[in-house]
Design a protein. Structure first.
Length: 122
């Protein structure tokens, strides 16, 4: 069976990662490495998010105007980009959260109906 996307319903995993990164940036501006590590606080295993994927996504989010970045120059150690959320990112996050809430209602209803029917059939 081919993988099916539910993008029109907002169930793409990439959207979850975008929302998670924006949420973390809403809490506090940060650099990419730290953001990936902080995903664990949201229940996302950082081992499943390669740093290259995260940095590519951050670049795309910056190109889309959802975040900005500035170089932080350290006296010792390498310079690093610090990312911050923008108004566009906040609006995306609001829309995503609203869409996710509606989708959760649908999914909870479906799961409940499936479980009820399975109990009847057994």
């Amino acid at each position: 069976m081919k993988g099916r996307r539910c993008a029109k319903f907002g169930f793409k995993s990439g959207n979850v990662l975008v929302a998670a990164l924006l949420y973390l940036l809403l809490e506090n501006p940060s650099h990419g490495y730290s953001l990936v590590e902080e995903l664990e606080s949201l229940g996302i295993d950082p081992n499943f998010v390669p740093y290259g994927v995260a940095y590519r996504l951050l670049r795309e989010m910056e190109n889309d105007g959802m975040i900005t970045s500035e170089w932080e120059i350290e006296e010792s150690g390498p310079s690093r980009r610090i990312y911050s959320i923008t108004g566009v990112g906040i609006e995306f996050l609001k829309g995503w959260a609203n869409n996710a809430e509606n989708n959760l209602k649908i999914m909870n209803n479906l799961v409940s109906n499936i479980n009820d029917l399975l109990q009847q059939k057994m």
